[in-house]
Design a protein around this ligand. Structure first.
Ligand SMILES: NC(=O)c1ccc[n+]([C@@H]2O[C@H](COP(=O)([O-])OP(=O)(O)OC[C@H]3O[C@@H](n4cnc5c(N)ncnc54)[C@H](O)[C@@H]3O)[C@@H](O)[C@H]2O)c1
Length: 245
């Protein structure tokens, strides 16, 4: 198994890509801490993992609340003794809201969930990883963290911030045994996008289709595993070729 006995925190693991990653990680032997603000959703993910004989716990966390993040890290260490993997997945979308239509409130909300929470949770987890000189952080950025026009003003700026923060972490902590990389998904069918995709064309995607949540899982497993030892600060697109040109 590729993640045998590794302890993984995955935020936003109650739905979409986070849920698919949680189930996929557990299938590879990881003990998964399913962190989500939605208790019912987090519990459903844990039950799906346990039904396959896997090991997981649910922790209710609003990633914008520092005390919740502290409690998440404390619960993980108390339950499983260490943290090997952090997947910063929780994020929200602005549904292509242009700058002039973006309120300060929307901007702040997008940045609180998509950016500040990643900095705060990484800072809580990194000392545990540095103590053992090993660990992997996988940030879920987006193709909107590479190019424009795959989100609105706040989302695009927030995902570019995630990409930049990933590179910063990798530059500073990579040589201390921590692998830090980002996944940049193209348009993936999840609860976040399902409604919007009913009317969105696929013809700008070279594969002429949207992605499915389970298609991102193997990349996340690879980046979280010991197989990715020489990966550092990479922003890996998984987008049907959208950003290839
Ligand atoms: N779906 C796409 O097309 C797409 C493309 C590129 C990047 N992404 C990114 O991938 C990540 C996952 O997206 P998704 O489409 O699976 O999302 P989703 O909306 O389907 O699921 C997100 C999960 O995160 C949880 N969540 C939301 N805000 C939270 C908070 N403040 N605290 C804790 N949990 C919270 C939700 O309850 C939900 O369970 C996000 O960072 C998103 O920006 C998505």
């Amino acid at each position: 198994m590729r993640l045998n006995q590794k302890v993984a925190i995955i935020t936003g693991a109650g739905a979409g890509m986070g849920q698919a990653e949680a189930i996929g990680f557990a299938q590879q032997g990881a003990k998964v801490v399913v962190a989500d603000m939605n208790l019912e959703a987090a519990t459903a993910t844990v039950e799906a993992i346990q039904a396959e004989g896997g090991d997981a716990i649910a922790v209710v966390v609003d990633v914008t609340q520092f005390e919740d993040l502290q409690q998440l890290v404390d619960t993980t260490v108390k339950t499983y003794g260490r943290i090997d993997i952090l997947v910063n997945n929780a994020g929200i979308f602005d549904y292509y809201t242009n700058s002039l239509e973006t309120s300060e409130e929307l901007w702040d909300k997008i940045f609180a969930v998509n950016v500040k929470s990643i900095y705060q949770l990484s800072n809580l987890v990194l000392p545990h990883m540095l103590e053992r000189q090993q660990g992997a952080i996988v940030n879920i950025s987006s193709v909107a963290g590479i190019v424009a026009q795959m989100g609105g003003a706040a989302y695009t700026a927030s995902k570019h911030a995630v990409s930049g923060y990933t590179k910063h972490l990798a530059a500073i902590y990579g040589k201390e045994g921590i692998k830090i990389n980002a996944i940049c998904p193209g348009t993936i069918r999840t609860p976040m996008t399902a409604k919007m995709l009913e009317t969105r064309p696929t013809n700008k995607i070279p594969l002429d289709r949207f992605g499915e949540a389970h298609e991102v899982v193997d990349l996340a497993i690879f980046l979280a595993s010991d197989e990715a030892k020489f990966m550092n600060g990479a922003l890996v697109p998984i987008d049907g070729g959208y950003t290839m040109v």
